[in-house]
Ligand binder design. Structure first.
Ligand code: NAD
Length: 248
């Protein structure tokens, strides 16, 4: 119930942080993994780690915000591993934003292009090629429900749109036997958040019932559950994985 043997997964943004942890855990659970990232070297490094551990993986360079999206990764999944079963829309950006009423349109457009339209393009490119029993997992954010502070309208609204897309895609793809769910992580220590001020980590750790900030593996564990047969009746769900921070 908790294995991915004979399954193939594409993980976007697999060269760093949460995406890399998901790619490594999926491979350890038996999946063939296509590690897709804008950063080719980082994707290759994820693949090297999987192969060193005895797993199966293939790196592909993609920009999920480009018109061709992950078409190359879908082709690689089918040609290298023979099928496609799981897509994890993890590639995302969280640039600093301006406090409203200020609007930096460039930041909004890029944030939406990657976090919303990127996921949409990837779903569209892959769903038709997935086998029944497939799963799509969108990595959203706690920030879509509960704001950590001002200047986050671009990111919060983009991730809220991703939650809506998750539910709509679950309805549309259900007849094909594909489930679609989202994970809403709280603050997680990754390469991407390494520049955040230490007090932010300390405050979250002090406030969270779990008493700490998240690790990439915390999110990967949830992503493994949602991809596996164990979650076969979980559909259209937005799963908070935040150590309880939003309820405290
Ligand atoms: P990260 O910055 O450490 O890694 C992101 C990876 O995505 C990088 O390897 C980057 O090259 C790749 N990427 C960026 N834009 C891309 C594009 N257009 N096409 C393909 N690949 C691209 O990020 P992270 O902290 O691991 O976050 C991963 C996801 O989790 C994001 O969607 C983020 O919004 C979400 N998230 C993160 C946190 C956190 O605290 N780290 C919290 C909530 C949600």
């Amino acid at each position: 119930l908790f294995r991915l043997d004979d399954k193939t997964a594409i993980v976007t943004g697999a060269g760093s942080g949460i995406g890399r942890a998901i790619a490594l855990l999926y491979a350890a659970a038996g999946a063939g993994v296509v590690a897709a990232d804008l950063d080719s070297t980082a994707a290759e490094e994820t693949v090297a780690r999987i192969v060193r551990g005895g797993g199966r993986a293939h790196a592909v360079t993609v920009d999920v915000a480009a018109p061709e999206g992950i078409e190359g990764a879908v082709t690689a999944a089918v040609e290298t591993f023979g099928a496609l079963d799981v897509l994890v829309n993890n590639a995302g950006i969280y640039p600093l934003g301006e406090r409203l009423p200020g609007i930096d349109w460039e930041t909004y457009e890029r944030t939406y292009a990657v976090n919303v339209f990127g996921a949409l393009r990837c779903i569209s490119a892959s769903a038709g090629r997935m086998r029944p029993g497939g799963a799509i997992i969108n990595i959203s954010s706690m920030e879509s429900l509960s704001l950590s502070g001002p200047g986050n309208a671009h990111y919060s609204s983009a991730k809220a749109a991703l939650n809506g897309l998750t539910r709509a895609a679950a309805v549309d793809l259900g007849p094909q036997g594909i489930r679609v769910n989202a994970i809403l992580p709280g603050l997680v220590k990754t390469e991407g958040t390494s520049g955040a001020p230490q007090p932010l980590f300390d405050n979250i750790a002090a406030k969270a019932p779990s008493g700490r900030v998240g690790e990439p593996l915390d999110i990967a564990g949830a992503a493994l559950f949602l991809a596996c047969p164990a979650a076969s009746y979980v559909n259209g769900h937005c799963l908070l994985v935040d150590g309880g921070i939003t309820i405290s």
